[in-house]
Design a protein around this ligand. Sequence first.
Ligand SMILES: Cc1ncc(COP(=O)(O)O)c(C=O)c1O
Length: 297
Amino acid sequence: MNGLSLRVPSPLEELNDERASRNGVRLFLKRDDLIHPELVGNKWRKLRLNLAAAREQGHTRLLTFGGAYSNHIAAMAAAGHHFGLDTVGVIRGEPHVPLNDVLAFAAGRGMELTYLDRSTYRRKTDAEVLDRFRAEFGDFYLVPEGGSNALAVQGCAEVPAEIAIEFDAICCACGTGGTLAGIAGGLLANQRAVGFSALKGGDFLAGDVERLQREAFGVASSNWTVRTEFHFGGFAKRPRELDAFIDDFEARHGLRLEWVYVAKMMYGVFALIERGFFARGERIVAVVTGASQSFEP
Ligand SMILES: Cc1ncc(COP(=O)(O)O)c(C=O)c1O
């Protein structure tokens, strides 16, 4: 169903870093950031099966929700453009005039933008609110805010099978927990997943990951954990220490990490390596779920 060139399976690269080698572990990057410039990383993983379902169900229009700086909104607009589906983006809050970069990109990819005041936005999936959208835009396939539904989780479960080496642990950043839920669901019996919350107060994530796994697979697995201490002050908070880490990582490896999610995960991975969280001899894969040039946050 696609006329666009996607780099799937995405490449796996070993990271030669003395912080790993001196602790006796090997570290690999799963470069999902290279899948496609507009359908980056976990965005493509989450959308793939939803696009197929929308088509199968005869829909010609996708509708989703997001904040004015949402990468998910941009990815949905790009997906609609590349796969020949109309898209509607319901944006939280007041209209932005002029459009910021994310919304200008989305509009440029043909997305129809509409705005919901914050209190109605909280009830955005109530039947009455959705009926209003149906009356205004016509019927649509609904993709939730952040894109995490059962099909998205199933799409993320395809990541581990793409990794051609044996590995022990796989790490990813968490926002809604959908990516972690899926990746953990795709692991072999002797492997485990570690999620890193990009949000402060990420304790809610464990419950959400469990729920998403039940929705996607019928059962929740016990092969994952969520680390909540590497949020750097909260979602989209960017203290100097984080920038210093990103600069240092780029100087060592020539890759600039996306700062809202990926850099916080990678910082956490090294911190856990230094703390002996991973046993000597283990192989760890860190999933690069976003690219630094995508819209931030
Ligand atoms: C680059 C990046 N990595 C990780 C995540 C977290 O994904 P999830 O919401 O599935 O936990 C997001 C959020 O959408 C993201 O944009």
